[in-house]
Ligand binder design. Structure first.
Ligand SMILES: Cc1cc2nc3c(=O)[nH]c(=O)nc-3n(C[C@H](O)[C@H](O)[C@H](O)COP(=O)(O)OP(=O)(O)OC[C@H]3O[C@@H](n4cnc5c(N)ncnc54)[C@H](O)[C@@H]3O)c2cc1C
Length: 465
């Protein structure tokens, strides 16, 4: 370590009271990647501040010494957002995990960024409120990470993504200045800069306080499972439900391979079928009962062979546990797989799914599909498996390395994957779903003119880090 580094580390140590500085190589290993585990970079140090003032002091030093920094919540991101920069530092927000204020009359909660998503609902549930954005990782991911990724989950069909629920932010900018964006009230005058910050993947600054909107729990919630011979019939039922003017709280679809994975992992007792729909309706009891009958009828006329409604809260929770575990559960059916998050218009789902099936057969790769089936632009998550499940090897895709089965024919996998990406883009979607404000999404946007992404995000990232 040269004297300059030692001096700076000492200064950092003073800021975080010694206990919040990690600099030994063994301990730094925890922080060298996020959920995109094929990219690993060991940072020079990790700092774990406990308050806004410490974050500000750290960033001021970084600005003065031109040290790159990356914010980190729980490290569950799938797009390398929290990947450290060599010679840079990681600012881990996990210790800033206090719920600072709960304001029931105005349905607002103020949190520090390291608060875990599910803990917000846990805190307000006794008063019949909940925090609506529900990424499948909600039991471990942080609100700060959710804000940076504009995370969403099954219930965002009705309730909207994180951006709908973030009203205000306290942010430390890359030069160390502190700003406030938005406020507790809706529609603060001026530009919606809080809206710009949400989804910017840490490229604009570090959020140190977040004002969230919470939602009153509906009188009644019902979850229906409908089993179809294939995803085609299930897709027709989704179109039927939306065409009938209904807005369910969630509509999720899983194909047979996803069902197998979920069953192996958490035993949700799903019907064994080619395409499974989970439809959740919430609202006043009378409305939900009527709409549930309509949904059942649409599913039946679209070819459903079995329709079930969860009978208890415990059964409903198990149904959702299966769906939310599906992605992580892929490890139960193959030790190596590639995840591809795509966004496509709802109406293009049948075409894209048929294409994926054709490509899967042609390339000899199993593909599992699990997705939010009815968002205006459906979010399609596919996992490709190699024919073998042995040790991993790597293939390069854009500038990212992704893992696949060791016995996989790399050229074939690469071709299949590129073909799938271009198919997704040809129907005016985007190859990255709810992740990657950086280069991946940037490149997608350039390739698909009608995509609504943020084409300047890659330069923003370079400038700020
Ligand atoms: C099994 C699994 C399931 C998942 N399911 C979903 C899903 O359904 N929907 C979904 O959207 N995502 C999902 N994800 C991805 C991930 O959980 C989300 O993107 C989540 O919001 C990341 O939160 P985090 O706290 O782990 O953030 P991290 O991974 O630590 O960081 C993510 C990004 O946020 C930035 N960041 C973190 N904190 C701050 C802050 N305070 N200020 C500014 N920038 C910050 C980081 O720099 C990074 O760019 C899933 C991941 C896994 C592993």
């Amino acid at each position: 370590m040269n004297p300059m580094e030692a001096r700076i580390l000492d200064e950092f140590r003073t800021v975080v009271d010694g206990r919040g500085l990690i600099s030994s190589s063994e301990e730094l290993k925890t922080y060298e990647c996020d959920g995109l585990t094929n990219f690993r970079v060991q940072p020079r140090a990790v700092l774990l501040p406990t308050c806004t003032e410490q974050v500000q002091a750290i960033i001021r030093i970084c600005h003065r010494e031109r040290i790159p920094f990356v914010a980190r919540g729980s490290g569950t991101g799938l797009s390398g957002g929290a990947l450290p920069i060599e010679s840079g530092i990681v600012i881990g927000l996990a210790r800033m995990n206090r719920i600072l204020e709960v304001d029931f009359p105005n349905a607002r909660v103020v949190v520090e960024p390291g608060v875990i998503n599910l803990d917000v609902t846990g805190r307000v549930a006794p008063q019949e409120y909940f925090y609506a954005p529900d990424p499948s990782s909600q039991s471990i991911c942080s609100i700060g990470g959710n804000v940076a990724e504009n995370s969403g989950g099954a219930h965002c069909l009705k309730y909207g993504f994180t951006t709908t629920h973030v009203l205000g932010l306290e942010v430390i900018l890359p030069d160390g200045s502190l700003i406030h964006l938005g406020s507790k009230t809706l529609d603060t005058p001026g530009y919606d800069l809080a809206g710009v910050f949400v989804g910017s993947e840490g490229t604009l600054g570090v959020a140190t306080k977040i004002i969230l909107r919470i939602v009153k729990r509906p009188e009644c919630v019902r979850t229906l499972l409908a089993a179809f011979p294939s995803t085609n019939e299930a897709g027709a039922a989704v179109s039927g439900i939306i065409a009938a003017g209904m807005l369910p709280a969630a509509i999720e679809m899983m194909d047979n391979l996803s069902i197998q994975a979920a069953e192996a992992a958490v035993h949700p007792n799903y019907p064994n079928c080619g395409g499974l729909l989970l439809v959740e309706l919430d609202g006043p009891v009378a409305e939900v009962e009527t709409l549930m009958a309509d949904v059942s009828e649409i599913c039946r006329s679209s070819g459903a062979s079995e329709i079930r409604v969860a009978k208890s809260d415990a059964e409903r929770a198990l149904v959702w546990k299966g769906r939310k575990s599906a992605f992580a559960a892929m490890g139960r059916i193959s030790s190596n797989y590639i995840v591809q998050d795509g966004v496509i218009p709802r109406t293009a789902l049948p075409r894209v799914l048929s294409e994926i099936e054709l490509l899967s057969k042609k390339a000899g790769l199993r593909v599992a599909n699990v997705f939010h089936a009815a968002s205006p632009a459906g979010s399609l998550r596919c996992a490709n498996f190699g024919p073998g499940g042995s040790r991993g090897s790597t293939i390069r895709q854009n500038s990212r390395i992704v893992h696949c089965g060791g016995r996989l024919d790399h050229r074939r996998a690469r071709r299949g994957r590129r073909q799938k990406e271009s198919d997704v883009e040809n129907v005016c979607g985007a190859r990255s779903g709810n992740h990657a404000a950086g280069s991946l999404r940037f490149r997608s946007a350039a390739a698909c003119e009608s995509h609504e992404s943020v084409p300047h995000s890659a330069p923003v990232r370079r400038e700020n880090r």
